[in-house]
Design a protein around this ligand. Structure first.
Ligand SMILES: [Zn+2]
Length: 222
């Protein structure tokens, strides 16, 4: 089964860490320390966050964890989303959370757990029930859910039945590099889709033009 927790509570921050212990570029300390514990500590000490509880939820992979912070005072959604980023939550998820919030999609931010949250050591149940539950055992991978069509998870369909592509278009494929100059940029430079082919010129005239322009600029720079 899966237990879904939405940003339905104005006093909760829902953080998602793909690599909880990944060394940070600055200092090399674990991500969970530098971005979560230290920043939370500083915010608490400065009186910026009035924290009531912290709960860490382990996932199947040890590097991946969810953290839920309960506050003593409720907070507006955009402020909560911003604290989530500041405390080190995943940025790719955050950009989609913001876009959903901006478009009034509910929920904007969520966490999916394998079961309702319980403390693995004490057995203490989490302070609230999930917002939704489904019988899925596998992770809800967007592409797989799309392939299932009508048979897709009903909870996923209701609350997440869209691809991130619908927010900003598909992820770009790797291409030959087009160098951008300063100033007013011809849109051909942006549009040109120059495949990664070892030095051979593409056939499409539009692409050839942008390709030639980028080569010209590159040679001018030399
Ligand atoms: Zn499901």
């Amino acid at each position: 089964m899966a237990a879904w927790y939405f940003d339905s509570q104005p006093d909760e921050l829902l953080l998602d860490f793909d690599e909880f212990d990944k060394p940070t570029r600055r200092g090399g300390g674990p991500w969970c320390e530098e971005f979560f514990r230290l920043r939370l500590q500083a915010a608490m000490e400065a009186g910026k966050l009035d924290v009531r509880d912290v709960w860490i939820v382990a996932s199947a992979t040890s590097r991946h964890k969810h953290v839920i912070v309960r506050l003593s005072t409720p907070m507006f959604q955009f402020e909560r989303l911003t604290w989530q980023i500041h405390l080190g939550s995943d940025l790719y998820r955050a950009r989609a959370d913001y876009m959903r919030a901006g478009r009034g999609i509910i929920p904007a931010s969520l966490l999916i757990e394998k079961t309702p949250i319980v403390d693995p050591v004490t057995g203490e149940p989490f302070w609230r029930r999930p917002d939704a539950e489904c019988s899925c055992v596998e992770k809800h991978v967007t592409e797989d859910q799309f392939k299932l069509g009508d048979k897709a998870c009903p909870v996923w369909r209701k609350y997440r039945g869209m691809s991130p592509w619908e927010l900003w278009g598909p992820s770009p494929k790797p291409q030959q590099r087009v160098k951008l100059k300063d100033g007013h940029i011809p849109l051909d430079y942006i549009r040109a889709q120059i495949p990664k082919i070892n030095g051979r010129q593409p056939q499409d005239p539009e692409i050839r033009k942008a390709w030639a322009m980028s080569r010209q600029m590159a040679s001018r720079r030399r």
